[in-house]
Design a protein around this ligand. Structure first.
Ligand code: G6P
Length: 595
């Protein structure tokens, strides 16, 4: 969702802030803007659309050394210049990530005090509120501290005061902010990629803390007192946030999977003490959103199958509001690439309130879910830039698979011989994926690209993988796509199958292969184009498919990681053949920090 960058230093701030905004484009946005001091006044330039539209209207003569910038993903009010950030009211100019939930009542109150509003946004209300508080209470730190009592919801704010030319103020609640010193000057950003060109060291602003960023130094305050903060280091390659010759980040990230999986296994499979002991719990709830939820579906299956434990998987936006039977014998696993997904955070807090133990499976180090969970497993995917997740999803599945593997061994469900075979198979995964990546997916992709809709079918574990394959296809190619447990399609949805409708079937489990094959025949009889993704051990006669992709036969614990790769490649090539902006699909955001 929205991105934030601020710079205060000795260089020309505009290109630094514009480049920072570009590095945050992946989060998803529909307009952008910048504010800077020029001729002792704050100048705001903003525009709907891509950052290139903003660049066109910035005065090339302006060379400020302090600026704040923002990419907006519309929540309150449509994408438009007036609704874009920054917003200025009185002496105050701000950029904002998050949502001010009580903005309507605050707005009424501020209107009664004489404030006028130009936009439909909650952010303009926050700017007016800061301006109002500043008129009442001249001390800026006190104003920002008071803000926490007044604003409900989530926010990461950068604030400029017209009467203090050399300073950026930053405050957050819910939405993340990092602050960094570099050779060119000081930076504040919503996310790591915005600072990586200048430094890998950063401070993570905590809730209730204020950062005051001047040209010389950065000071942190909490409850009126200056505090010291720990300097953190981003451990991955700065290169991991660059395209490195690939046409799209998504393709690059698909191809990175063998490497990140190898590193992951070297770290965790070599040291299984780092994987928590799930046998301590009576039941497991897995809670997540989007692709992380799909990873959770697989974990759910593997936990029951190999760990012999009662497991259930929930969409976080439902879980937080439904009746949940959890207690101190329940482990609630929260899966999140960003660690900042609003509904997943709310579910984590609810689980803790009810006394359950919590485990976060997270990519972004120091994110809210990582910090608030009782235990955390970092998936170590490095920066993932494409909105459609690939490598982070795969590592989430691998993490759940290792948890199930350990649980199976602890409970005696996996004997020594199988444990050894599985260990070898895990270590072989990077090579298997490299082989799969060599296949030609374009020839299937062009057939699917002609269709308005597609269907993915599979049973049990294959169904879970289909859910992710289908999401990959629809989010980047805009082809309507649905997933069905193979046996369920005939209960209504089969009416949508017509000549050449793609049906992509996954079959990796010999015990239910024949059942899925019957279901494929039902769709083919109605004219479907059938593409089968299957393991080598499963035999299918040529008359039931148009195309087939074969992968190595492996145990479920390992194949659950491998099988998605051809579906990622398929989705990518469908979208690429249609010429879409694959890394930034319309309407989507990488990190969803609102409910
Ligand atoms: C967004 C992203 C998805 C992601 C989901 C959950 O919708 O576009 O790719 O799976 O959020 O994000 P998280 O950061 O919690 O894994």
């Amino acid at each position: 969702m929205c991105g934030i960058i601020g710079y205060n230093g000795k260089e020309d701030a505009i290109p630094i802030v514009i480049d920072g905004l570009k590095s945050l484009e992946y989060r998803g946005y529909d307009s952008s803007g910048i504010a800077y001091f020029w001729n002792e006044k704050i100048k705001v330039v903003k525009e709907k659309g891509r950052i290139s539209e903003l660049e066109k209207i910035i005065d090339k003569e302006d060379k400020p050394t302090l600026a704040i910038g923002h990419t907006r993903w519309a929540t309150h009010g449509k994408p438009s210049r007036v609704n874009s950030h920054p917003h200025s009211v009185g002496k105050v100019t701000i950029v904002h990530n998050g949502i001010i939930e009580n903005y309507a009542s605050l707005k009424e109150d501020l209107i009664s005090k004489g404030y006028k509003f130009l936009s439909e946004t909650d952010t303009e209300v926050a700017a007016a509120m800061i301006d109002y508080l500043y008129k009442e209470e001249k001390n800026k730190l006190k104003v920002l501290e008071k803000l926490e009592e007044v604003l409900e919801g989530s926010y990461a704010l950068l604030i400029l005061f017209e009467d203090e030319e050399d300073m950026i103020y930053a405050i957050r609640k819910g939405s993340p902010l990092i602050v960094a010193k570099s050779e060119i000057g000081n930076l504040v950003a919503s996310d790591i990629p915005a600072i990586l060109d200048y430094t890998k060291d950063y401070y993570l602003l905590d809730e209730g803390e204020i950062a005051v960023v001047s040209k010389k130094d950065i000071k942190f305050y909490q409850e009126d007192k200056e505090i010291e903060k720990e300097l953190l280091t981003f451990k991955f390659d700065a290169g991991s946030a660059k395209k490195e010759g690939f046409k799209h980040f998504m393709l690059k990230e698909i191809y990175e999977q063998p490497r990140v999986i190898k590193n992951y296994l070297d770290h965790y499979l070599n040291n299984m003490d780092l994987i928590p002991d799930l046998s301590l719990y009576e039941k497991i709830h897995i809670v997540a959103c989007g692709s992380a939820y799909h990873a959770g579906l697989i974990g759910n299956y593997l936990f029951s199958e190999y760990g012999d434990i009662e497991a259930s998987c929930y969409v976080a936006s439902e879980y937080r509001y439904q009746k949940n039977f959890i207690d101190d014998k329940t482990l609630v696993i929260l899966i999140s690439q960003s660690g900042e997904t609003a509904d997943t955070i709310a579910s984590l807090r609810l689980a803790k309130e009810r006394g359950a133990k919590t485990l976060g499976i997270v990519n972004v180090v120091g994110s809210t879910i990582a910090r608030e969970s009782d235990q955390v497993i970092y998936i170590n995917a490095g920066c993932e830039i494409a909105v459609a997740t690939t490598k982070a999803y795969t590592l989430q599945v691998l993490t759940l698979s290792l948890c199930a593997y350990k649980l199976g061994i602890t409970k005696g469900k996996i004997d020594n011989k199988l444990a050894k075979e599985l260990k070898d198979a895990y270590y072989n995964l990077p090579l298997e994926i490299e082989e799969i990546l060599k296949l030609d997916y374009k020839k299937y992709a062009v057939k699917i690209a002609k269709s308005k809709s597609a269907f993915f079918i599979g049973r049990l574990l294959d169904y879970c993988i289909c859910e992710e394959g289908s999401l990959k296809l629809k989010e980047i190619s805009y082809i309507h796509s649905e997933t069905y447990p193979a046996g369920e399609l005939k209960h209504g949805t089969i009416s949508l199958i017509e000549k050449n409708t793609p049906v992509i079937a996954v079959i990796t489990d010999p015990k239910i292969a024949l059942k899925t094959i019957s279901n494929i025949k039902e769709t083919r009889a109605r004219g479907a184009y059938t593409l089968i993704l299957k393991t080598k051990d499963i035999e299918v006669s040529e008359d039931i498919y148009d195309d087939v992709i074969e992968i190595e036969t492996l145990n479920d614990l390992v194949s659950s990681i491998l099988t998605i790769v051809p579906l990622q490649m398929l989705a990518y090539h469908v979208a690429d053949s249609l010429g879409y902006d694959i890394d930034k699909p319309r309407n989507l955001a990488k990190s969803v920090t609102v409910e």
